[in-house]
Design a protein around this ligand. Structure first.
Ligand SMILES: Nc1ncnc2c1ncn2[C@@H]1O[C@H](COP(=O)(O)OP(=O)(O)OP(=O)(O)O)[C@@H](O)[C@H]1O
Ligand SMILES: [Mg+2]
Length: 333
């Protein structure tokens, strides 16, 4: 659907996006996460050629946008909706006129506009705000107008640049729910950039992790949470699933403390009891949690393993083989 081939965007000597290649599939919600300055916005803006890549190609449905003239690009851009962190509404226009603006720009008639805008406002739950001005709306409502405007010309793709970063957690959830509904009912492909792993966990099917203009990790959402490979991905996963042990729990321990990650769809609860049976060790459970990533369970358990050095090592090897991940958090001297 969206084929990004070796895209580089340079500003003077800085490569804001550095040789990125990615394929975004039809109908998916694709997340791009990274810290500030990683190049997320620049990459997103390269997708609709708001920024022309210095090198590389962007193909949408097989059509190479980078080969088109600026005029042709403007036409293609109508098939790509975009929403922003700060909404970018026209403050002197009503909700109706803000949404109508996109339709006018695309050359729609007054009749078409009169028919279409109410449908769009209904889709985003703002039917009763048609005559309001942006200043009379909450942040969440403003973003709903932004979404209605982005959907006005029936785009195939919706690009979201930190669309929920200016909103409180509850409003964020409701906007994410709306994006999910749009993806599921209209089949629109969504590319969403964020620095919040919770947003990724809530609605993305796949995610790319960016650092210094490069994609350093890419995977299905569950796999990234269950088994992050780079330190950066681990950091992001920890922002959502962190089990912090109080220091005092680490003192006076008799055995190593290990963190075990279970993937919920196999019979893993048995692993610990099986370990205790097979090897001559005891386990002290210190902390545990189960998270749900789009309905699939992911469990984390922190335990202290007590026994002879040899038995404990055998137990660790066994658990490692049977589970998704085992990490020794603290060993005894
Ligand atoms: N128009 C520009 N001119 C010069 N440098 C730019 C320009 N736009 C972006 N950059 C630089 O490119 C790098 C990536 O910026 P970008 O805005 O894409 O990051 P980001 O990941 O979206 O960050 P944030 O999370 O803060 O929005 C930064 O070092 C930035 O300073
Ligand atoms: Mg940005």
């Amino acid at each position: 659907m969206i084929d990004i081939q070796q895209v580089t965007k340079r500003y003077k000597n800085v490569a804001a996006v550095d040789e990125v290649s990615l394929t975004i599939r039809q109908g998916e919600v694709f997340g791009i996460i990274g810290y500030s300055g990683a190049g997320k916005s620049t990459l997103l803006r390269c997708l609709n050629l708001l920024e022309r890549p210095t090198e590389g190609k962007v193909l949408i449905d097989g059509k190479d946008l980078t080969a088109l003239s600026d005029n042709e690009v403007r036409k293609e851009r109508q098939k790509i909706g975009m929403i922003f962190q700060h909404f970018h509404l026209i403050s002197s226009k009503t909700v109706f006129d803000n949404v109508a603006f996109s339709l006018k720009a695309a050359g729609k008639t007054k009749e078409e506009i009169k028919k279409k805008v109410p449908k769009l406002l209904e889709m985003v739950g703002l039917s009763d705000r048609s005559g309001h001005y942006p200043a009379q709306l909450s942040g969440g409502q403003k973003q709903r107008v932004g979404i209605a405007r982005a959907l006005a010309n029936d785009p195939k793709v919706l690009l979201c640049d930190e669309a929920t970063s200016a909103l409180d957690p509850t409003t964020t959830k409701s906007i994410l729910q709306l994006l999910k509904k749009i993806n599921e009912t209209l089949g629109i492909t969504i590319v969403l950039i964020t620095h919040e792993m919770e947003v990724v966990q809530d609605i993305c099917h796949r995610v790319a992790v960016m650092e210094d203009g490069k994609v350093v990790e890419l995977g299905d959402i569950y796999d990234i949470f269950a088994n992050p490979k780079t330190d950066l991905s681990k950091q992001f996963v920890q922002t959502v699933h962190s089990l912090e042990l109080p220091e005092r729990l680490l003192e006076g321990r008799k055995g190593p403390i290990v963190q075990v990650v279970f993937q919920g769809d196999s019979a893993e609860e048995a692993v610990i009891s099986e370990t205790l049976k097979q090897f001559n060790v005891n386990a002290n459970i210190l902390h545990g949690q189960i998270s749900y990533i789009q309905d699939r369970a992911l469990g984390t358990l922190i335990i202290e393993l007590i026994g002879s050095r040899r038995d404990v090592q055998k137990a660790i090897d066994y658990i490692t083989k049977q589970t998704s991940r085992l990490e020794v958090l603290a060993d005894v001297a």
